[in-house]
Design a protein around this ligand. Structure first.
Ligand code: FAD
Ligand code: NAP
Ligand code: SF4
Length: 672
């Protein structure tokens, strides 16, 4: 497939972007690190070498009150310009273009001087904002304009005004957060005033020949949000005020609807941009859950958008655009929307990373170099840990043989990809198949390596993974008992009434797998919107249907159980766990904690809680009780006097996930 629309330049007269790929703004926390601006410069320069059309930075505040946290960066004074030049020069030297996002956090800020249009707390911030005085609102307009001028001086090719996701400009626009009675609140005209004044003042100060982008929310997805009509009115006025292009945002950060997690179908929000297409004539950028070149090309070819924003996909693969241009689309490392190492790290105050790309945001630390001594390397097991080791070792110049007992690469990822919302995991397997072939890795499928197969290798890596744990419960051999492997592969049929033993990540995924109805590919977006009560016509405030977020009809009756008394779901990802919990609650899944398993028999699962016995009358009992390391081969090799490496689940089954496995495998592959 070719990508003529994606690779076509976008010409504004005074600036031409090399292609239609915009790297969306992401806060990485690199700026909070020692030597942070140098790390950021390396991060952006790598994406510029990857031929990204326009890189948008994480947000920089125009004044101290607008900072996201007590640390963070701003561009408010001339003495702050030089550190920004280190970024713009690095990007320009690498042949790219970079836009600085101006972001005022308003009531989302996590510091002591938090301000907003009104003194109304955000549901995701315990701090109560101080309502700005009218003169302070005026001053903030001046701060935006000053910041834009400094950005131009610092060498940025454009600025983006952050007006979506519930930040400061958006807070003034929406009745949810703006209950002022002066000229900055009340009527639509008044609520739009701040955004318009900022756009006009910025335009007046930076001149006509400078690209000014406005990131507008095309659907608010919160109570007290704007209607589609109000959004269109703002967009028309912003166009007149001198904005050159609209980038788009979906939902506030506190929206009760997932907007970018893996459970959101690809390009799910495409419909929300169409009314804007009719209303304005400047270029439009579509964002959120667009992660493959095929989907992006289709959106551009249809005329729905003029440019595609990809943020996390640029973490997953810095060279996305370059690979397209070179006809290597099959080598793109696709973002699987797991949020595990990007958003979840940011929420934990850690530097951002990427599950599928351990190099992301580590550009100055983790560098692929040719090995000083080329070796013959055997990797046993082609789960995430083995795949990552084999790739990094082969890219370093070693001759790698990869043994896999199964008929396909992927290990447990071949189970994960069967979960309805985790279809993206297929892309990671496609990526490894392509790049391992390109790196001439000798892949031996259907080959369970024994000690006899491993002679003649200078390094042996054991990545034999995990085996599902079968708990020691009387009656565990009963015909009702099914392993999670057999349930997911369909090797054993699961009945209508089901008990799931174990409430870790796999137990939750299993509950979703058993409850969710089958949905045809072309009906996925419609089913998603219906599941979350979203109105495709974006009529009411926030874009919800009057019925709200509905109860769901499960395909099976499911009870989940765990022995601990802890709150269920504590190990799920911060930015994705709430989605799964909301869905299972609405499917009516029952959750029991503090359980002792007594017996399995023809009646079902007998348990006791606080000494009280009860029967869970079910047709099937699916075991999701964790895993044990499969390290038999490693022990044999040790006993034979060899010094193999042990990684991934084979080394550590507890707290193992693919993020850990891929990172550990990559680090080992680089140092062999
Ligand atoms: P494995 O994936 O177990 O791979 C080991 C491989 O070694 C297997 O292919 C096996 O066949 C092979 N092997 C074993 N012995 C030999 C031998 N002697 N010779 C040749 N080959 C051998 N993790 C996340 O981070 N995020 C998620 O969202 C997520 N969801 C999941 C959902 C499900 C349903 C499941 C089951 C897992 C999920 N995981 C998730 C966990 C993740 O898949 C595992 O942590 C990861 O696969 C472990 O990688 P590994 O390479 O160590 O082991
Ligand atoms: P897990 O998170 O360790 O959960 C295992 C569950 O089994 C727990 O609920 C545990 O609860 C129960 N259990 C353990 N030993 C048992 C026994 N002997 N008898 C009965 N119950 C037992 O493991 P997992 O769910 O298998 O997940 C494996 C890894 O994959 C995890 O590290 C997880 O991070 C990763 N994963 C991640 C995601 C994700 O969305 N990020 C999704 C799936 C998997 P009690 O001990 O209280 O009974
Ligand atoms: Fe995408 Fe997951 Fe990487 Fe985040 S961690 S960029 S969601 S693949």
């Amino acid at each position: 497939m070719s990508y003529p629309h994606l690779l076509k330049p976008l010409d504004f007269g005074f600036i031409t972007l090399r292609n239609r790929l915009l790297m969306g703004s992401m806060h990485t926390r690199l700026e909070d690190e020692p030597d942070g601006m140098a790390k950021l410069a390396a991060f952006y320069a790598e994406r510029a070498r990857g031929e990204t059309g326009l890189i948008v930075t994480g947000g920089f505040s125009p004044n101290p009150a607008g900072l996201v946290g007590s640390s963070g960066r701003m561009l408010a004074r001339p003495d702050q310009v030089p550190e920004h030049r280190s970024i713009t020069e690095a990007v320009h030297d690498a042949g790219g273009m970079i836009c600085m996002q101006i972001l005022h956090a308003g009531r989302y800020a996590k510091h002591d001087d938090i301000v907003g249009p009104s003194s109304i707390r955000s549901p995701i911030n315990r701090r109560i904002p101080r309502a700005l005085e009218s003169a302070e609102v005026e001053q903030s307009i001046e701060d935006y304009a000053n910041c834009a001028v400094l950005a131009r001086e610092a060498g940025y090719d454009a600025i983006e005004l952050m007006g979506s996701e519930g930040y400061f400009l958006h807070q003034f626009f929406a009745p949810r957060s703006n209950q002022r009675t002066d000229e900055w609140g009340g009527s639509l005209e008044n609520r739009m005033r701040l955004a318009l004044e900022v756009a006009r003042r910025v335009r007046a100060r930076v001149g006509q020949d400078f690209l000014v982008i406005y990131r507008i929310s095309i659907m608010d997805l919160v109570d007290g949000g704007n209607t589609g009509e109000e959004i269109i009115t703002l967009a028309r006025a912003l166009e007149k005020a001198g904005i050159n292009m609209f980038n788009t945002g979906i939902g506030w950060h506190d929206a009760p609807v997932p907007t970018i997690a893996y459970s959101v179908p690809r390009a799910a929000w495409r419909f929300a941009l169409r009314p804007l297409r009719q209303a304005v004539s400047i270029p439009l950028v579509l964002s959120n859950r667009i992660n493959t070149p095929e989907v992006a090309e289709d959106i551009l070819a249809s005329g729905d958008a003029d440019m595609i924003s990809m943020a996390r996909p640029m973490l997953a693969d810095a060279h996305f655009a370059r690979k397209l241009g070179e006809g290597r689309a099959d080598e793109i490392n696709t973002c699987i929307a797991c949020n595990q190492a990007c958003l979840d790290f940011i929420f934990r105050d850690e530097v951002c990373g990427c599950l599928v790309n351990p190099y992301a945001c580590r550009e100055t630390e983790l560098v692929l170099k040719p090995a000083t001594k080329k070796k013959k390397v055997a990797v046993v097991g082609a789960g995430p840990a083995g795949l990552a080791t084999a790739l990094a070792a082969a890219q370093s110049g070693h001759a790698v043989t990869l043994f896999e007992a199964a008929s396909e690469l992927g290990g447990q990822f071949n189970l994960a990809r069967r979960i309805p919302a985790k279809g993206e995991f297929n892309e990671t397997l496609r990526y490894y198949r392509s790049v391992l072939r390109k790196e001439h890795v000798d892949i031996r499928l259907n080959t369970r390596a024994g000690i006899g197969d491993l002679g003649g290798f200078e390094e042996v890596v054991v990545a034999t993974g995990v085996t599902p744990r079968m708990p020691d419960i009387p009656g565990i051999g009963h015909a009702k008992v099914i392993s999670y492997t057999d349930a997911l592969t369909g090797a054993r049929a699961v009945g209508q009434r089901v008990a799931i033993i174990g409430m870790g990540g796999i137990g939750y995924d299993m509950a979703e797998f058993l409850c969710a109805p089958q949905v045809a590919e072309n009906e996925r977006v419609g089913a998603f919107l219906e599941k979350w009560g979203v109105d495709p016509a974006n009529r009411g405030p926030g874009g919800f249907l009057p019925t709200g977020i509905p109860k769901l009809k499960p395909a099976r009756e499911v009870t989940m159980l765990q022995r601990k008394t802890d709150r269920p779901g504590g190990t799920l990802g911060l930015s994705t766990g709430w989605v799964l919990k909301s869905e299972l609650a609405r499917y009516g899944v029952r959750q029991l904690v503090g359980v002792t398993y007594e017996l399995i028999d023809d009646e079902g699962l007998h348990i006791s809680i606080n000494g009280e016995r009860q029967l869970i009358a079910v047709d099937s009992i699916v075991i999701c009780a964790g895993q044990d390391s499969a390290h038999g081969l490693y022990n044999e090799l040790l006993a034979a006097g060899q010094r193999p490496h042990l990684i991934g689940g084979a080394s550590k089954a507890a707290e193992l996930d693919a993020l850990y496995a891929i990172r550990e495998g990559t680090l080992l592959g680089l140092r062999l």
